[in-house]
Design a protein around this ligand. Structure first.
Ligand code: HEM
Length: 245
């Protein structure tokens, strides 16, 4: 609560004004910490993770981007909130597909892990019933570039096979990143979000974080507990231990 003087000078308590972007960030801060500190990230940054496992994670995220972008494109004309926030440069599934092809993967042929499948279904339901919630999904995927652009140079030095131009989708905006991210936050916060809609936005964002954590759990084992390295052996990955399709 903030203390402020009303028009006749009396001190009153008012709730703090929190922007939609800050609300979503605060509501998902704990999940961001869990994603960031997941052993998968540690192993990746240290260069100990196999490129196969890394590519397996990226290809699941590709499926999420691809479907979100299809939904956003479907609603771009008719849904004012989506029109107000979404820009052409938010679409980067194509860039991800090229990154994956350079890693030897057919991105569109990727079988879905259950965590991915669950998220895709939730996203489809939201797209049909409350399309504005798609912006909550976009918030996490776009926000993640804050971290991936920092990680990219480290990863390119750990995995020289990727070449100097590898992982372009990790830094899709280059030097324009800060202003584009600020614009995203501002445009999102400039919309009128009734409390219920704000909750829906945060729920959608939380669903993406949970799926990302679920995918990492499935690929190398959960943050605590016995490791289950499903993806270390490409043939097991391709033949699907627990894929959803
Ligand atoms: C090692 C892994 C990661 C690192 C080093 C990292 C780092 C960062 C950094 C530096 C920021 C900017 C914070 C700021 O400017 O206030 C950020 C923001 C963000 N990251 Fe991560 N991150 C990582 C993993 C992830 C993952 C896995 C996701 C989700 C898929 C994610 C989603 C986000 C989001 C949504 C934001 C925006 C927060 C806001 O609203 O300001 N990050 N991250």
């Amino acid at each position: 609560m903030h203390l402020q003087r009303d028009e006749v000078g009396v001190l009153t308590m008012t709730p703090p004004v929190v922007s939609a972007a800050t609300h979503v960030r605060d509501r998902t801060a704990e999940l961001h910490n869990r994603a960031e500190r997941h052993p998968f990230q540690r192993e990746l940054i240290s260069g100990r993770l196999s490129l196969t496992t890394f590519a397996a994670q990226l290809s699941q995220l590709y499926l999420v981007h691809r479907q979100l972008e299809r939904h956003l494109a479907d609603h771009l004309t008719a849904t004012p909130s989506i029109r107000a926030v979404v820009q052409g440069y938010h679409f980067r599934a194509d860039l991800m597909r090229s990154d994956l092809e350079a890693m030897g993967l057919d991105a569109d042929g990727t079988p879905r892990l259950p965590a991915t499948e669950a998220l895709l279904q939730e996203m489809r339901r939201d797209s049909e019933s409350v399309p504005a919630r798609l912006l909550g999904y976009l918030y996490v995927l776009e926000g993640a570039t804050n971290g991936t652009r920092i990680l990219r140079p480290m990863l390119l030095s750990r995995y020289p096979q990727l070449g100097p131009d590898g992982l372009a989708s990790f830094d899709p905006h280059g030097t324009l990143h800060p202003q584009r991210w600020q614009r995203f936050r501002r445009d999102l916060s400039g919309l009128d979000w009734p409390n219920e809609a704000l909750d829906g936005l945060a729920q959608a964002a939380a669903a993406v974080f949970r799926a990302v954590i679920g995918i990492m759990d499935m690929l190398i084992g959960p943050a605590s507990g016995a490791p289950r390295r499903l993806a270390e052996d490409p043939s097991r990955l391709a033949n699907g231990v627990q894929f959803a399709n």
